[in-house]
Design a protein around this ligand. Sequence first.
Ligand SMILES: *Cc1c(COP(=O)(O)O)cnc(C)c1O
Length: 234
Amino acid sequence: MRSEELKANLASVEERVAAACKRAGRDRSEVTLIAVSKTKPVEDLQVIYDAGIREFGENKVQELTGKIPEMADDINWHLIGHLQRNKVKYIVDKVKLIHSVDSYRLAEEINIQAKKKGVVCDILIEVNAANEATKFGVRLEEAKQLCQEISHLDAVHIVGLMTIAPNVVVSEENRAIFHKIKDLSVDIQKENIDNVDMRIISMGMTNDFEVAIEEGATHVRVGTAIFGQRNYNI
Ligand SMILES: *Cc1c(COP(=O)(O)O)cnc(C)c1O
């Protein structure tokens, strides 16, 4: 049965998260597992919710706003995909964290919409650590400056960094990338920029979350290993 399969997948991911924490000498409570449920029906999300998960990640605004009213209201929703400025208004007061901010203009729009709703919006700066042409995110060298600029916006609060590592065959190949992001996070924290803190590092997906945890991830975003392959043709 589908629900048994999902529960078994989740249990196995949980085991691997715990083992990676142990190898890295980290407490399991230092790592948050975000279940990435994009393209999956709410029935699947419900199984994972019933198994105890309260953090869900979606990459499209429309899909996210469609699912929110269908699910329990104690869920923390994470917007993990590229965000267009004209869609910010639909989600700014509905998500726990926006992982994908890579420009001042986007942060500025989040600030405007957050003020309108009377909230402060937590965001991460997305870093394109491998400088891949196909990916969003600022370059490593630009991240600190962007944090400085955004720090002046008072309804936006930078709480860390996010990266999507290259799609590699062997996860070990991404270790250096994850390490660079951790270093960058420490480096920015040292600057003591007002309104900026680096408590979150969102990195690691199905293919590489264990290495990411070993290198300091505080949030891993896992889709396929929990929900199975995605079918984009339906
Ligand atoms: C889809 C997605 C994930 C999850 O990817 P899997 O390989 O299925 O675990 C994580 N992060 C982002 C930004 C994504 O879009």
